[in-house]
Design a protein around this ligand. Structure first.
Ligand code: FUL
Length: 684
């Protein structure tokens, strides 16, 4: 009897123990809200920048452009939505008001709105049209409402907050449902401000009343993610180039004073769940400019950004600068749809589907290793309490090769993994995969790209984590090769170099303006181009008979034609060396260069390139160009701080030989002016 009792007690205790072991791991704080999880699962969605800037060829309208210039002739929000859907994007965020203050809906708060434009004879409402189109086609809808308003008389004073909140109220009451609300952080200070034409500075932490704005929005749209401001749900990734750090923690502490660059990595010990969003435009600018019709991002470039955003535990926000007609330009739409299909193709066949991995250790109960390949997001493999490292080994069928691995953590319990390794077994030997990626964080999704390798088995070793491991999905793929667009540069010695990242691709080029084909000259070594000319190049894969996207580069006068008269400094040659990173910094206190060309030319524009280094300084924000003593161009390089692209300025052609390029203001008013590259555009 006694033995029997003991046995029963033993079984009972054993049961209790296994039940205990089968309990879920306790969360590692912070954890996301259910709404943040829903948002993260969207992964990719669209941005649309459209407004007065579109019609005035501007990036940052000053606030004084007449409302009457807003005049789309063929506006069709359903066209946008159809393209956005075909590109696999799950929603769209519209710039209801950009920094110029012009409102795309008939607001009661200012006359500077669509009802004072010729569009639909003043009866139009773009926010309504897009909101309706989204509903009709099953896309999510979001809004961008710029806090900085260069039109409003009251901006910088007390009264503006009321106006801004009234605008929010109109938007949240009349349109939606909204999945995201964007508070942009940009503020250049100066503006029209009802005719004052001055610089007004504010403290963004207190001026806009972000906390109460958040409450207003959340009361009507509880699921809406707030971007920016002082009480956000998601964070800017710290660049406008569409990528997140390889190490990317969703936790973050906004209270900490850190450089904005920290946004790309998040914070391992961050107090709040604040996942990253990577915004980027499909063209160099955010708004449409005809001159950028040939600068739409290529498919390989967009694919790369997908891996560096969604594949780095962040969401991807892809902007379409809608054209003057009111429709997405055909090149942009073709690229975006092609991009989506390429990713679908790259990640088509999951080589691990239904393969049962072997785990180093398992928590027991339902937390088995097979959960990582069962296709269910909510089932996960977990290690016992106290076990913060472990491995998963996937046997692979003979003849398998792979070059992509996707890993997902079960984020409702927090982000845990700090470091991991990826190895393949070949003929009984384990070797790490060949990748340039830092294998650190995982989070919601991490995709690692590596050199194609044959493998009899794949092993993931999680070597460090903030708690027991909770992995809900692992996939692997063999993506077909994707041909890149070559990069073309000419240095001060007039040598043209053409290059690609990937090894082994053949490059063909032309210098006579014709389209390059595999029958054109093959690039083997740098060649000389000592005059004006256009180089076009492609990559070509003889095996598949396919070529990559064409690269086109126009070169104007060669470096030797520029003689810098002032300042006299041997480093001035850095401005003409074809390298956007090597920068000439003018001596402190000086703000202009004087250049004499080798001969007189008909000049119709110039190109200024700020230092391409991510955290560089000295960017010129306002400029003047004088040719033979006369001012031929002056203005602003809008948004150059966070989007430091080449700035091309055109003007009525003038004949001249000597010019002065002057910085009338720098970003953040730094004292040293930086010029990475400078060239004039000539017509002869
Ligand atoms: C920036 C703005 O200044 C740009 O014009 C654009 O709207 C981008 C998305 O955000 O801060």
């Amino acid at each position: 009897m006694k033995t029997k009792n003991l046995l029963i007690t033993g079984i009972f205790a054993g049961l209790l123990l296994s039940c205990k072991e089968a309990e879920p791991p306790i969360p590692v704080l912070p954890v996301p809200t259910p709404e943040q999880i829903e948002w993260q699962k969207m992964e990719n969605y669209a941005f649309v920048h459209f407004g007065l800037n579109t019609f005035n060829d501007l990036e940052w309208g000053y606030g004084n452009t007449p409302a009457g210039t807003f005049n789309p002739t063929d506006l069709d929000c359903e066209q946008w939505v159809r393209i956005i859907k075909a590109a696999g994007l799950k929603g769209v965020i519209l710039t209801a008001k950009h920094h110029d203050g012009f409102c795309l809906w008939p607001t009661q708060t200012t006359e500077y709105n669509i009802s004072h434009s010729p569009y639909k004879e003043g009866k139009g409402d773009m926010v309504r049209e897009l909101s309706d189109a989204c509903k009709k086609h099953g896309l999510k809808f979001g809004l961008y409402l710029s806090p900085w308003d260069r039109n409003n008389t009251e901006y910088g004073r007390e009264g503006y907050q009321k106006t801004y909140h009234a605008q929010i109220n109109e938007l949240i009451s009349n349109y939606g449902p909204l999945f995201e609300f964007w508070f942009d952080g940009a503020n250049g200070g100066n503006g029209w401000y009802g005719g004052a034409n001055e610089t007004r500075s504010i403290d963004p932490k207190s001026y806009y009343g972000y906390e109460s704005a958040r409450e207003m929005i959340k009361a009507k749209h509880p699921g809406a993610m707030i971007f920016g401001g002082t009480a956000p749900d998601i964070r800017w990734i710290g660049n406008e180039s569409g990528w997140a750090g390889e190490t990317n923690w969703s936790p973050y502490s906004i209270e900490k004073e850190v450089h904005y660059r920290q946004n790309q990595w998040g914070m391992k010990d961050g107090e709040k769940w604040l996942p990253g969003e990577c915004d980027v435009s499909i063209r160099p600018g955010w708004f449409y400019h005809h001159r950028e019709d040939h600068q739409v991002r290529t498919v390989p470039n967009l694919v790369d950004l997908y891996y560096r955003s969604v594949g780095h535990n962040a969401n991807f926000l892809l902007n379409f600068p809608v054209a003057l007609s009111g429709q997405i330009h055909p090149v942009d739409s073709a690229r975006a749809v092609d991009w989506y299909h390429t990713i679908q193709m790259e990640l088509k066949e999951n080589l691990l589907a239904s393969i049962k991995p072997k785990a180093s250790e398992t928590r027991g109960g339902s937390y088995k290793a097979a959960n990582v390949t069962d296709g269910s997001w909510d089932s996960y493999w977990a290690t016992p309490d106290g076990v913060t490292s472990g491995s998963l080994t996937f046997p692979l069928p003979a003849g398998t090769s792979l070059n992509r691995v996707m890993i997902q953590e079960y984020i409702p319990l927090g982000q845990r993994v700090c470091a991991f390794t990826l190895e393949v077994e070949k003929e009984g030997k384990w070797t790490p995969v060949e990748t340039s990626d830092t294998l650190s964080t995982v989070g919601y999704k991490r995709i690692v790209r590596f050199k194609t390798t044959p493998a009899d088995a794949l092993r993931i070793q999680f070597t460090e984590a903030k708690g027991p491991l909770c992995i809900n999905n692992v996939e692997a793929f063999l993506a077909p090769p994707l041909l890149e667009q070559p990069r073309i540069a000419r240095n001060a010695k007039n040598e043209v170099r053409i290059g690609v990242e990937s090894e082994g691709a053949d490059i063909y080029y032309t210098v006579d303006g014709t389209e390059p084909t595999p029958g054109s000259a093959q690039y083997k070594a740098p060649f000389t181009l000592d005059k004006k000319g256009t180089v076009k190049a492609i990559t070509y894969d003889a095996q598949s008979g396919k070529s990559g996207p064409i690269a086109i580069r126009h070169f104007d006068l060669p470096a030797a034609d520029y003689k810098v008269v002032s300042p006299i400094d041997e480093r001035t040659n850095l401005m003409f060396d074809g390298n956007g990173y090597s920068t000439y910094y003018l001596p402190e206190g000086q703000n202009e260069i004087t250049v004499e060309l080798a001969a007189p030319h008909t000049i119709s524009g110039f190109v200024y390139t700020p230092n391409q280094g991510r955290d560089s300084q000295g960017h010129i924000s306002n400029y003047q160009l004088l040719v033979d003593g006369k001012v031929v161009a002056s203005g602003e390089f809008s948004n150059i701080k966070h989007n430091p692209i080449e700035q091309e300025i055109r003007f009525a052609p003038v004949k001249g030989q000597k010019f002065v390029f002057k910085a009338t203001r720098t970003v953040d008013n730094v004292k040293q002016v930086g010029i990475a590259e400078f060239s004039v555009i000539t017509e002869d």
